[in-house]
Design a protein around this ligand. Sequence first.
Ligand SMILES: [Fe+2]
Ligand SMILES: [Fe+2]
Length: 135
Amino acid sequence: MPLIQWNDSFSVGVRTIDSQHKKLVDTLNELHDAMLGGQARHVTGPILERLLQYTRDHFSAEEVMMASAAYPGLAEHKLLHLDLTRQVEGYIARFQHGEITLNLHLMHFLRDWLTQHILREDRNYAPALHARGLR
Ligand SMILES: [Fe+2]
Ligand SMILES: [Fe+2]
């Protein structure tokens, strides 16, 4: 069973953003499968790094869209992105140094991190983007 099952409640109603979110969900599910399958660090490490890279790319794309829609919550949203990125970077650094392994605790942190950010913060900017014709 996948860690996260995509459903319509995750949609922010903007196609490019939804597809980026789906890619993040797919990557997290891939990481979860690798963990359950007992894959070694040389398999899981690169998936984790890919997750971080997709996250950075996604956050900057989202910030550009929010800026172009003059979304008033942009500065606050950027801080949340920065905080989330630092948390994931911290986990990855600890993983790379062998201080932690990929476990359910980390998977659940990543799942909650992604789904709660989409469901709470990302949905808030949707009306501003829609008002600018972004769908
Ligand atoms: Fe997002
Ligand atoms: Fe966001």
